[in-house]
Design a protein around this ligand. Structure first.
Ligand SMILES: [Fe+2]
Length: 365
């Protein structure tokens, strides 16, 4: 379809929006497909009532009661997103035969033991465990992970395009498994991995061994191994002239979903640049945003440990107060993880216990 316009549009997206008017982006395929920008007199979040199930939702996960199993929250055919609390070293290592998993450390510190070596994690760390790589969490402090399972593909790096191969994060900053450290931890902490719990089709089977299943690896080589990536080692892209779409913050790519990371950054400098996320209909994607740390000024009454869910189907954007606040701010101070899925997500019933009921009203003035 060729470009077409009617009335009085703007020329450059997210910039030069006339005073008192609002821009709304309606786009296919995340932020890569056919897209139009509507300039409106009123923000597109001016609903006065919502009847039915499709609405923006906010959950206070701080209120969740920790359980020992992985607590699923959202799922579809491509992914499963949930919370996992690890207080003590589990009795068995895990081997996930259903897919790769990303563990994002929200709280706690510790190590991940694998046959490839030991990895360490602190808050703000992504731990990427490829499908079928057995791993054992050894927490030094009580740990809370957001987990994102990838059921239909393997996680790959984002396409960095014209920003070059070292943009966003340099592969040299990834944490690689340390085999020597693994052997010393196994002996110092007297750990013997004699059970491996295999997840297949969501069911579990435990394999038992007479001796430690991790201790006999004397070496390995290859380009398949678990690794870590810390938020502190990420270099977010930004433009001082125009607001970049969330896709500029893509961290991991999977088939039919992406994981993005929002980090502190300076706000746009041009007087006519939009300094908050634009109103948008991300027509093909459901959006989950997990608030890890910092000050989330683009939404009211948020704290770390909350999670918002914006399913496809309605336009959304900054809260009214955020637009005002952005005028005096020079930078953002938020750390958040976003999961955008190409196909709709189902919610687990347990989430309703921690839902902030009036979230959908929070755009009303
Ligand atoms: Fe969105």
């Amino acid at each position: 379809m060729h470009h077409y316009w009617q009335g009085k549009p703007t020329r450059q997206a997210h910039k030069g929006i006339p005073e008192g008017l609002y821009e709304e982006e309606q786009g296919h395929l995340g932020f890569y497909g056919p897209v139009s920008h509507l300039i409106r007199k009123k923000p597109s979040t001016r609903w006065v009532d919502i009847e039915g199930d499709l609405k923006p939702r906010l959950y206070d996960l701080v209120e969740l009661k920790p359980v020992t199993h992985m607590q699923r929250m959202f799922f579809n055919n491509d992914t499963e997103v949930g919370m996992w609390w690890v207080q003590d070293t589990p009795e068995a290592a895990i081997r996930n035969a259903d897919g790769d998993v990303v563990l994002f450390c929200h709280k706690g510190k510790g190590s991940v033991l694998t046959e490839y070596g030991e990895l360490s994690y602190t808050p703000g760390e992504y731990v990427v465990i490829p499908k079928c790589v057995a791993y054992l969490i050894v927490p030094n402090e009580s740990t809370q992970f957001l987990y994102i399972e990838n059921k239909n593909s393997h996680y790959i790096e984002p396409d960095r395009g014209i920003a070059g191969r070292h943009a966003v994060y340099d592969m040299q900053t990834l944490g690689r498994p340390d085999l020597e450290k693994l052997h010393s931890t196994l002996s110092e902490k007297n750990i013997e991995v004699k059970k491996i719990r295999i997840q297949h089709l969501g069911e579990h089977t435990t394999y038992k061994y007479a001796e430690c299943a991790f201790a006999d690896v004397v070496g390995w080589k290859g380009d398949l191994f678990p690794y870590t990536l810390h938020m502190d080692n990420m270099m977010p892209l930004m433009s001082h002239r125009a607001h970049l779409p969330p896709s500029a913050h893509t961290t991991f790519v999977a088939k039919n979903f992406v994981i993005c990371t929002f980090l502190p950054r300076p706000l746009e400098e041009d007087d006519d640049a939009l300094k908050v996320p634009f109103y948008h209909q991300n027509i093909d994607y459901d959006e989950i945003l997990f608030y890890h740390d910092g000050d989330f000024f683009s939404r009211d009454n948020l704290h770390a440990g909350m999670l918002s869910f914006h399913p496809a189907g309605f336009p959304h954007g900054p809260h009214p107060k955020a637009i005002e606040k952005s005028k005096s701010k020079t930078h953002t101070d938020e750390y958040a993880v976003m999961i955008d899925t190409r196909f709709p997500l189902h919610r687990d019933e347990m989430l309703s216990g921690v839902e902030v009921q009036d979230y959908w009203k929070s755009w009303m003035k």
